[in-house]
Design a protein around this ligand. Structure first.
Ligand code: SF4
Ligand code: FES
Length: 334
């Protein structure tokens, strides 16, 4: 049995009980609301950031009344006959702008020096939904950087408290030693007495972090992501929990970073172990599958001009423009 839900005028049949966000992901494209805290592989994630707000203009076939407020699509289940507005609702666009403004109240605008630049979800979100300026006049809260073990660094100043890393530590690793301490604007991600998160899968907190708060110390400041070349590779990993399927990030001949493979929503397809992530940085450690498909909207695809052909067309247009000019325009070089 399936239920029918319509999002931005596009209908889809989905399993009962799934969230509006996941129903939208089955349609794909612009219909999908942005999600900064929901992560399909982490149980209980979502409901923290409010970036996925949508308008439910018809509750269901049985009860067609609209929902009184905008709802978090990652936490609201679909009903048969439900009608949802995402980008087609000016109210949603306005609310999302407010959410971005709120997230940026404390997040520093240090993209030029942040390792996450180019693959930061907050950067994309601000670009697509943010306002050009902020109304906030106070100092942003700031923290000292903390080393979590020898391979991971926490820069709490950039954290948006999405809890993804906490769920990862809780569900993927064996001993959870970090979480969110305090409440309100004093909340912070912390390891108890700065204890290192040192178990086999701790590096995954780097991949799930949507911003540059948790970074890979072996990659920090080594390069900008758009100057690197991502390649899919795999190895027969000794840890039987790790698939060994990764993305290698090359600079020239050197592997400068290893990450899990991320899907179109920025979620890793499979979590990988720390040995694959931090200790296997030679091409000979891997079976190379081929270049990674990068969306051409991503800044990572810039500087890779494999399909550049439009020059003759541009030239032809310039010639036509010139030919169509009046004598006055030509004489005055207009
Ligand atoms: S450190 Fe990153 S993953 Fe963890 S709560 Fe903050 S933003 Fe989310
Ligand atoms: S993705 Fe839904 S509240 Fe964060």
């Amino acid at each position: 049995m399936s239920v029918k839900v319509t999002i931005d005028g596009i209908s889809v049949d989905v399993e009962p009980g799934i969230s509006i966000l996941n129903a939208a992901r089955q349609i794909g494209g612009d219909v999908v609301p942005p999600a900064m805290c929901y992560y399909s592989k982490l149980e209980g994630s979502g409901g923290k950031c409010r970036t996925c707000l949508v308008k439910v203009s018809k509750g269901s076939e049985k009860d067609p009344r609209p929902m009184p407020k905008l709802v978090a699509s990652c936490r609201t289940a679909v009903m048969d006959g439900m009608e949802v507005q995402n980008l087609t609702s000016p109210e949603v666009i306005e609310a999302r702008k407010g959410v971005v403004e709120m997230l940026l109240i404390n997040h520093p605008l240090d993209c030029p020096v942040c390792d996450q630049a180019g693959e930061c979800h907050l950067q994309d979100l601000s670009y697509e939904h943010g306002a050009a300026k902020t109304r906030y006049e106070f100092d942003r809260r700031s923290f000292e950087k903390i080393d979590i073990g020898d391979k991971i660094q926490l820069h709490m100043t950039r954290c948006i408290l999405c809890y993804r890393c906490v769920y990862t530590a809780d569900q993927i690793t064996e001993q959870r030693v970090h979480g969110v301490l305090n409440r309100g604007d004093h909340s912070e991600i912390s390891t108890y007495i700065q204890k290192a998160v040192d178990n086999d899968f701790s590096g995954n907190v780097i991949d799930v972090c949507p911003v540059g708060a948790l970074t890979d110390k072996t990659f920090r400041f080594k390069n900008r992501v758009w100057f690197t070349k991502p390649v899919e590779a795999n190895r027969d990993c000794e840890t039987n929990k790790c698939s060994g399927k990764v993305t290698l990030w090359y600079k020239g001949e050197d592997v400068i970073r290893v990450t899990g493979r991320k899907d179109q929503y920025g979620e890793v397809e499979e979590f990988i172990c720390n040995t694959c992530r931090f200790d296997k940085k030679k091409t000979s450690d891997w079976v190379i599958e081929g270049p990674r498909n990068v969306s051409n909207q991503s800044v990572i695809s810039s500087n890779h001009y494999s399909t550049l052909q439009p020059l003759p067309v541009v030239k032809k247009n310039l010639v036509l423009q010139e030919a169509n000019k009046t004598q006055f325009e030509r004489e005055n070089r207009l």
